[in-house]
Design a protein around this ligand. Structure first.
Ligand code: FES
Length: 175
């Protein structure tokens, strides 16, 4: 009997730890539709920079442009897909941007225009850039982090948030 109580106490302690962990993970998730200065869930509020990535005139369909966001150590890709997609910006609603670090183990991925996916050379995960970075094959356990974009009246494209945790980070915005 005494033994069972100890086991229960241990389990409660474990569950409490799990909840704290889950809350931390939720806090790391950000919502691209929220204002730039107030994104975040739960305890942590992330303040994302607004970084100019390019101008819409710089982009051609299916010619990826290397970018970095929210800082120089977070490589990404800016893409004009040629077809309107959910979350796409610009006059055609077809411009999107993603981290290129694979969520599985951080290999740098490349774009395959044939099926509009980002492909990992490590263990071959693939992510659909027309569907918000949804994983379509492979080892990764999360979709690809997508950068929230805004186009201003000059056609400049600004990144202002990230919708999932970038590989290797405890927080997308580093102190
Ligand atoms: S690092 Fe990309 S699938 Fe493993």
């Amino acid at each position: 009997m005494k033994c069972n109580r100890l086991v229960d106490a241990g389990r409660r302690q474990f569950l409490r730890g799990s909840l704290v962990g889950a809350a931390g993970a939720a806090a790391a998730t950000v919502l691209p539709s929220a204002p730039a200065e107030a994104r975040g869930v739960g305890l942590a509020m992330l303040s994302y920079p607004s970084n100019r990535l390019a101008n819409i005139a710089d982009l051609k369909v299916d010619e990826p442009m290397d970018v970095a966001y929210p800082d120089a150590d977070s490589p990404g890709v800016l893409l004009k897909l040629g077809t309107k997609v959910d979350g796409g910006v610009g006059p055609e609603g077809d411009i999107v941007a993603f981290s290129v670090l694979c969520p599985h183990k951080g290999f740098t991925m490349s774009y395959n225009a044939g099926d509009k996916t980002l492909n990992c050379p490590g263990h071959f995960s693939r992510f659909d850039v027309e569907k918000g970075g949804q994983q379509v094959w492979g080892h990764a356990t999360q979709n690809l982090p997508q950068f929230a974009l805004r186009v201003d009246d000059k056609g400049d494209i600004h990144a202002e948030g990230v919708d999932d945790l970038i590989y290797g980070r405890l927080s997308n915005v580093l102190a």
